[in-house]
Design a protein around this ligand. Structure first.
Ligand SMILES: [Zn+2]
Length: 728
């Protein structure tokens, strides 16, 4: 199904790609060079291994490169998928990630480790492991992690992103579902515009407009949230959309109208202020309607539909996401008005949970986006059972210490507080928010008589799982001391009791344990050995697949000049100005690591410099020159551009890692020059040793040794000595 002839592009593929000479594959180049031996090219063949047959792996690479011509990283559709998917979302489904500064870290799924060296950058949308040096973008991750090829990874992620692949063969059922989704989204969008228009213009919405004015909502806020009004009639929206050709069944499926037993329908939302609920991509998937009178219920939501699953939605997340990341903080409020008012007052990282009982999906969404999570429910809701159950999800996710409870004055919600006392008052409450574990402890103390031993025991039982979920040993020991003090018990006794309680639960509920198990690694303890063995097997598979030796510490053994190649490419990925300087002295073929060679070939092509032929010097900015002609209209960073133009997965993973690793420390020019010199020396040494062998062979066979060989050998030795003395 995915097989496409390796040579000439896909049948029906884009003509722009079909004619690319690169698709002839490296095999063709090697053969051509063999026919046309000259001195300069011998070592290029040497580098790819002249005596080896093309290995299965290489063949797969070459064929893979051909297959990529159907969809590779430069495709518009690939760009589209990538732009709609967040690498942090994808990876955090498999790896327990923790935020550190701008990045996330976790235990690497590709090698065995106990301390996290696996980094994910939301800004760069890339991952990199400092232990095993695997890295890349979201496609690389899915390919490596699930053992898929590029095409399969693309299909999987396109599905997730809701992007239709042009030449994808869908089953009739998939086609039906996709068409249904599209039709429903279209209906919701039309309904949103209908409601919005009414709010802005209809005489019947005058009361709603005055209400919003009284609540201090500015016209710009109302418009940007797309608020609307539903007429207090039984068939207003229904008849309006039907008259525009929307099928009645679709209106029912979308949850906008309700069908009666006689088959006729009536509007679900009547005489309500309408809040469109959007998915993370900003598409309307449901509505919340607030009554302005005494009708019950006060808030009415869309029912569950193929588009809307209440437990997986946070209101205003589409608008709050960027600011959450930026401020590393999320504010959770209960209602639509709370969220809208918060945004208008500058708290753009606020989302509404549509009820106080957070679902596990919602908790996951929150910890993915922000390091600190502030729960700002009104005082009555904050303490109730449903709220507490929702907060337990954070403990199970190992993130209890990231959650803070904002204590609003009695009778206030964020909306009324901000309106009456201003944004500064709300900020002050955020600043004084109480860590969740403290809050739980306070509540437990209030609920039980700690003067009696049974009361103490109950408090300890309540607090134990929360305490155990704290990630940091320092925090755990700190809390232990404070608990002991407040309870008036001996710290050693408390420790023993907590250990007993936690030990019993640990096997099943410890978030750290289950998180690690999910990421494919085990821990000591009951059942841990089996998991650990499994993960070892997986690592073993990866090692043999990767074909590179990995030391027990997880650091691959790398010969010196290979490290120089790596550092050189790393520097060039971050310093486009140095590309020409390097290409003036080394040609891509001089790199022995095929991944480095491919990267430098791409850079040479993008920089518009014919290798070796370009004028020496660092003038010109390749990054600026090449972006104009690319398919993507926006300017891409240079490293990203190189990455997107790579053909083999090996190179993509490797280069992705180097981009993530950031520029090498120190003076880039000095480093680059040093690496270039190392490469030159390695090249000369290789050629010199080749010549020595040739000379020895001739001598031992009793043949005459051509003087040119000896001259060349001596010349190379002289150059080597020159380089040595230059270095000293
Ligand atoms: Zn790793």
């Amino acid at each position: 199904m995915f097989a496409v002839p390796g040579g000439g592009g896909a049948p029906g593929g884009r003509p722009r790609r079909a004619g690319r000479p690169r698709n002839t594959g490296r095999l063709g180049i090697v053969i051509k060079l063999r026919e046309n031996l000259d001195r300069k090219q011998i070592f290029i063949i040497k580098a790819t291994g002249p005596d080896r047959k093309v290995s299965k792996r290489q063949r797969a690479q070459i064929e893979g490169a051909g297959r990529r011509s159907v969809h590779d990283r430069r495709d518009d559709v690939v760009e589209e998928v990538r732009s709609r998917i967040d690498i942090v979302d994808v990876i955090s489904e498999h790896v327990a990630l923790r935020r550190t500064g701008r990045n996330y870290v976790g235990l690497c799924p590709f090698h065995d480790e106990d301390t996290p060296s696996f980094n994910v950058s939301p800004d760069r949308q890339m991952f990199y492991c400092f232990g095993c040096q695997k890295g890349g973008d979201v496609f690389t991750f899915v390919m490596e992690h699930r053992g898929l090829d590029f095409r399969q990874a693309l299909e999987l992620l396109a599905e997730r992103a809701g992007v239709t692949l042009p030449d994808r063969a869908l089953s009739p059922e998939q086609r039906r579902l996709q068409a249904q989704r599209k039709a429903l989204l279209d209906v919701m969008e039309r309904a949103a515009r209908y409601f919005e228009n009414l709010l802005l213009r209809a005489p019947s919405a005058e009361g709603a407009r005055q209400y919003l004015h009284r609540r201090g909502l500015e016209a710009g806020t109302v418009r940007s949230f797309g608020l609307g009004w539903s007429e207090a009639e039984w068939d207003a929206l229904g008849s309006a959309l039907r008259s525009r050709g929307v099928a009645p069944d679709l209106l029912v499926e979308a949850g906008l109208v309700i069908r009666k037993e006689d088959g006729s329908t009536y509007d679900r939302f009547r005489g309500r202020l309408m809040f469109p609920i959007r998915d993370e991509r900003g598409r309307v998937i449901a509505f919340g309607g607030r009554t302005l009178g005494d009708d019950q219920p006060k808030y009415l939501n869309s029912p569950e539909t193929p588009l809307f699953h209440k437990s997986r939605v946070l209101y205003a997340l589409d608008r709050a996401r960027g600011r959450m990341r930026q401020r590393d903080r999320a504010i959770i409020v209960e209602g639509y008005m709370d969220a809208v008012t918060a945004h208008q007052s500058g708290f753009e990282e606020a989302v509404a949970s549509l009820g106080t009982a957070l679902s596990e999906d919602q908790a996951r969404m929150l910890v993915r986006h922000a390091g600190r999570i502030y729960i700002a429910y009104d005082a009555d809701a904050a303490g109730d059972r449903a709220t507490m159950r929702g907060l337990e999800h954070f403990a199970r996710l190992g993130r209890a210490s990231s959650v803070f409870i904002v204590r609003l004055p009695q009778g206030h919600d964020p909306d009324s507080l901000i309106r009456e006392r201003g944004a500064a008052a709300f900020q002050a409450l955020l600043d004084r928010a109480q860590p969740l574990v403290d809050y739980v402890f306070d509540r437990a103390l209030q609920a039980h008589d700690v003067l009696r031993p049974e009361g103490k025991a109950q408090v300890v039982r309540l607090v134990a799982p929360w305490w155990a979920s704290l990630e940091s040993a320092v925090a755990r020991s700190d809390y232990m001391r404070r608990f002991a003090e407040r309870l008036g018990v001996d710290e050693a006794a408390l420790r023993a009791e907590l250990a007993r309680l936690v030990g019993r639960r640990r096997a099943v509920t410890d978030p750290v344990v289950s998180g690690r198990a999910a990421a494919g690694r085990g821990v000591a303890g009951p059942g841990g050995d089996g998991i650990r063995n499994k993960s070892r097997e997986a690592v073993g598979r990866l090692r043999s697949r990767g074909g590179r030796s990995i030391h027990p510490g997880g650091v691959p053994a790398v010969p010196g000049h290979v490290r120089a190649e790596r550092e050189l490419v790393r520097a060039l990925l971050h310093e486009p100005d140095l590309v020409r300087r390097v290409l003036a002295r080394v040609e891509p073929g001089a790199f022995t690591d095929p991944r480095a060679r491919e990267a430098v070939e791409v850079m040479a092509r993008l920089a518009g410099a014919s290798p070796m032929g370009a004028a020496a010097g660092g003038n010109g900015t390749p990054a600026g020159e090449v972006t104009a002609g690319e398919t993507s209209p926006e300017r891409k960073p240079w490293g990203r551009l190189v990455f997107d133009n790579l053909l083999t997965d090996e190179a993509a993973s490797w280069v992705g890692g180097l981009i993530m690793a950031g520029p090498p420390p120190g003076d880039a020019v000095a480093l680059v020059d040093d690496c270039v010199q190392r490469l030159e020396r390695a090249r000369i040494e290789r050629r010199a040793s080749e010549l020595r062998q040739l000379i020895l062979q001739r001598e031992s066979a009793g043949e005459e040794v051509p003087g040119s060989l000896i001259l060349e050998h001596d010349e190379l030795q002289r150059k080597l000595r020159g380089i040595e003395s230059e270095r000293r």
